[in-house]
Unconditional design. Structure first.
Length: 276
């Protein structure tokens, strides 16, 4: 004859600010469970009531879901999330996938999750920070936004150019000490990093005023001074010239500029023979 399963006797219910503590007995062993108020209201619970094992498991299951749902509510209360991003967050909390799917469905129904709205916010924010369309599209793709939503956004070339015109003076100040070639290389990389098309970058760089010969020579002279003493001590005259020229050319200076600068600081030796 099978032994009848014991029921769980509710001995006490404590009402606290954010939770309800349910105390119960199982084979004379005292236990408790912290319930979300929404779970408590779903069941007709009172002190002295006996719960079957099935009823208790049902309460525990719904309570676990309510706890997971609250975690999701806490996330979206702070910022907007895409469906994919929120799923990753919940997975990091070791929430079962079945619960995650149910939570996402609930939040979509409540319009608390909306990929279209999220994408609009992302586009607006990064447009305001002067990022180009390639950066913004990549950001949306990384956040799991569908291609149909992404393709619905139109990035006007004129507005892209306006953003580049705003960034250009900032980049120019950042690299004002660079020689002409290195400056344009750095500008190109900056615009590329901000997500602008190569063709648009080339176009705006073509309008950047070239440095004068005097400016280029002065920048080259300053670079030369950084290495001159060290190289002269370390290398022979021929090796010194060869290494100095190679170093300055890697810095973006032309051979003609380097030659003129080195001749201008010549200490009396005939460097032109060494360099030709």
């Amino acid at each position: 004859m099978k032994k009848a399963k014991s029921n769980f006797l509710i001995t006490k219910i404590e009402f606290k600010k954010k939770e309800i503590i349910l105390h119960y007995l199982k084979d004379e062993e005292e236990k408790e469970i912290s319930l979300f108020p929404t779970v408590y209201s779903d069941f007709f619970l009172y002190e002295g009531k006996e719960l079957s094992e099935t009823e208790l498991k049902d309460i525990q299951k719904k309570n676990a879901y309510a706890k997971s749902l609250q975690i999701a509510y806490n996330y979206i209360a702070k910022k907007e999330y895409s469906v994919a991003d929120l799923r990753k967050k919940l997975q990091l909390k070791n929430i079962p996938e079945t619960q995650i799917l149910s939570i996402i469905d609930t939040l979509l129904e409540q319009n608390l999750l909306n990929d279209r709205r999220y994408a609009e916010d992302v586009v607006e924010i990064f447009q305001a920070r002067y990022y180009g369309k390639n950066y913004i599209i990549k950001k949306l793709q990384e956040d799991g936004i569908s291609s149909s939503i992404i393709s619905s956004f139109i990035f006007d070339n004129e507005k892209e150019k306006e953003k580049m015109d705003t960034l250009l003076p900032l980049f120019l100040r950042k690299y004002e000490k660079d020689n002409q070639r290195m400056k344009k290389e750095h500008l190109y990389r900056e615009f590329l990093k901000y997500g602008y098309d190569s063709e648009m970058i080339q176009n705006i760089l073509s309008h950047v005023e070239n440095s004068s010969m005097e400016d280029e020579m002065e920048k080259c002279r300053k670079e030369l001074q950084k290495y001159q003493v060290h190289y002269q001590k370390k290398y022979s005259n021929y090796e010194y010239h060869k290494r100095i020229i190679a170093t300055l050319m890697r810095k973006g200076f032309s051979y003609d500029i380097i030659k003129q600068v080195m001749e201008s600081v010549n200490d009396g030796t005939d460097e032109s023979d060494e360099m030709d």
